[in-house]
Design a protein around this ligand. Structure first.
Ligand code: NOJ
Length: 556
């Protein structure tokens, strides 16, 4: 018997118009990590103009939208997630006019644009923090403990390592869940709410189609800022509700933003969305962020962290679909981003598994995010010398991979596979993209690249892979093309079909997807007509041989 798992089927509707089910429910959204995507001016750092010039590549790849990581004015203490002016473009990345031109050019190509908003903290160079009086109202300052206030106000640790508090010249302390250069805002102050609504309107007026909300689970802290009383807080992030993460109070903020986004979109006949970067302890708690009156999407990091094992994958898929269906939302799948080890490396250093995992993800109901370079099958770079490192966690002795949530550690990786990359810090997934040529910077720009690219990436460039049907790039192109063409993919129902141990078989209308998670071939009665496979499948009269670590889409 097959088990019916349904994510609600939306009524048909012209994309992008009005309220209700819309474009984001099954969109494939490509993450552009701006500083590593394409450099137009030769300073070795990717920029907005470079991104604009490469938009036709993304259109051709077949994605629906682009998410741009922060390009705002920033001292770059945390790759731009330390914002000093939310309405200005950092000169490293260009000008406001470049942003405007990029958004227009994307829209001309039919691509939507999502930008980051960083509401949990600002840069310490933000004018609010620079003004001592304003700072004390709009950030979280507290007296220290101990005889002369020499001890931090509580035991909270920074995600990047060390205490979450820094003492000021005046003797009191301020909270920073991330680097000391990223003081946490005081969301009990209505001026903070008003400012972020104004910032959203600023970017909406410039034409953006939505926001990726950074640390969407962090703005509200438990009253009294209680101690945690646990020496290893890093392991608790994403595993349980903490006094600083996943507090119920954050949902009132998301409800207010949903009203803003809906009101703005309704007035202009478009749908603008919010996607939560929230590390919640369960699929059920994550689903709270996508209730009908909250944000539209929330990254499914439990799927990202699932080991390459059929039972584990099936249970995380079931739990995710059930939780989001209970609130009427689609699930938002993701395998890689700028904070985690690239999935080629994380899944046991296996490009075969990475390609299969991607085809599985793209067959599931809902939306999917792709991280730049995964379409090239890029591995994590694991031999960066210390002197080029920039991840603040590296300097603060913080936690490994997934600096914002639970990482995959080597011990828990399936088959003892190396899941952690070089040492778990985040520079190895941020190495600039190889576009063409045999030598660094591989067409990234006219100069060098801010992190060194491996000498053996010549075969991985966009130019080298284009037109090669066996390449990962052409696999992504073919999958995205089929996803657009086959009405049964994207949002809608999904069922499990019977399959041997180690194999998953799921059906969508008109399509069957098989995934062999084992390291060797598995034979099956031929289930349909092969449409696309991550590795060559052999089909004789009655039997299909699924190669080890492969995924195949079959027309049924
Ligand atoms: C999540 C971002 O993805 C990450 O890069 C950043 O360091 C933290 N939030 C803090 O803003």
């Amino acid at each position: 018997m097959t088990q019916e798992l349904t994510s609600p089927s939306p009524a048909p509707q012209a994309p992008g118009t009005g309220r209700g089910p819309g474009w984001w429910r099954d969109a494939v959204i490509y993450q552009v990590y701006v500083r590593s995507f394409a450099d137009s001016d030769g300073d070795g750092i990717g920029d907005l103009r470079g991104a604009r010039e490469r938009l036709p590549y993304l259109k051709d790849l077949g994605v629906d939208a682009v998410w741009l990581t922060p390009f705002y004015a920033s001292p770059q203490a945390d790759g731009g997630y330390d914002v000093a002016d939310y309405r200005a473009v950092d000169p490293l990345f260009g000008t406001l006019q470049d942003a405007d031109e990029l958004i227009r050019a994307a829209h001309d190509l039919g691509l939507r644009v999502i930008v980051d908003i960083v509401p949990n903290h600002t840069s310490d160079r933000h004018p609010w923090f620079q003004d001592p009086e304003l700072a004390r109202q709009r950030y979280l300052f507290r007296p220290g403990k101990g005889e002369s206030g020499e001890l931090p106000p509580n035991d909270w640790e920074s995600v990047f390592g060390g205490p979450a508090w820094t003492r000021t010249d005046r003797g009191d302390w301020y909270l920073h869940l991330f680097a000391p250069e990223q003081p946490d805002l005081n969301w009990d102050n209505p001026e903070v709410h008003a400012e972020f609504e104004a910032i959203m309107r600023f970017w909406l007026d410039l034409g953006v189609d939505g926001f990726r909300v950074d640390v969407a689970h962090g703005m509200i802290k438990a009253p009294g800022l209680p101690d945690i009383g646990h020496g290893a807080q890093a392991q608790l992030i994403g595993a349980q509700v903490l006094p600083f993460f996943d507090q119920d109070g954050v949902h009132a903020i998301h409800r207010a933003w949903r009203r803003l986004l809906d009101g703005y979109g309704d007035a202009r006949g478009k749908q603008v969305i919010g996607v939560a970067e929230a590390w919640a302890p369960s699929a059920e708690r994550l689903a709270l962020y996508v209730r009908p009156d909250e944000l539209h999407q929330a990254f499914n990091f439990q799927f990202l962290n699932a080991p390459w094992q059929s039972d584990a994958l099936r249970s995380v898929i079931d739990a995710s679909l059930a939780a989001t269906a209970s609130v009427g939302a689609p699930t938002t799948w993701v395998l890689s981003n700028h904070d985690v080890v690239r999935h080629t490396t994380r899944l046991g250093g296996s490009l075969a598994r990475a390609r299969a995992a991607t085809l599985l993800m793209l067959a599931l109901p809902g939306s999917a995010y792709l991280y730049q370079g995964e379409e090239l099958g890029l591995p994590e770079v694991t031999d960066l010398p210390d002197e080029v490192r920039q991840d603040p966690a590296f300097f603060r002795g913080g936690r490994a991979t997934g600096a914002v949530g639970p990482g995959t550690d080597t011990e828990s990786a399936p088959d003892g596979a190396a899941a952690g990359g070089q040492d778990g810090f985040r520079d190895g997934c941020r190495v600039p993209l190889p576009w063409s040529g045999e030598l660094p910077p591989y067409g990234f720009g006219p100069g060098g690249s801010w992190l060194p690219q491996p000498a053996d990436w010549g075969g991985l460039t966009v130019a080298a892979q284009t037109g090669d049907p066996a390449s990962t790039l052409e696999l992504y192109r073919a999958a995205l093309e089929l996803r657009r063409r086959l009405p049964g993919l994207g949002d809608g129902p999904m069922s499990w079909a019977p399959a041997p141990d180690g194999v998953l078989a799921l059906t969508r209308p008109g399509l069957l997807c098989t995934v062999n998670t084992l390291g060797h071939d598995v034979g099956l009665p031929v289930p349909g007509t092969p449409l696309l496979s991550s590795a060559p499948v052999t089909v004789d009269d009655a039997t299909a041989q699924l190669p080890g670590d492969s995924c195949t889409w079959w027309a049924i």
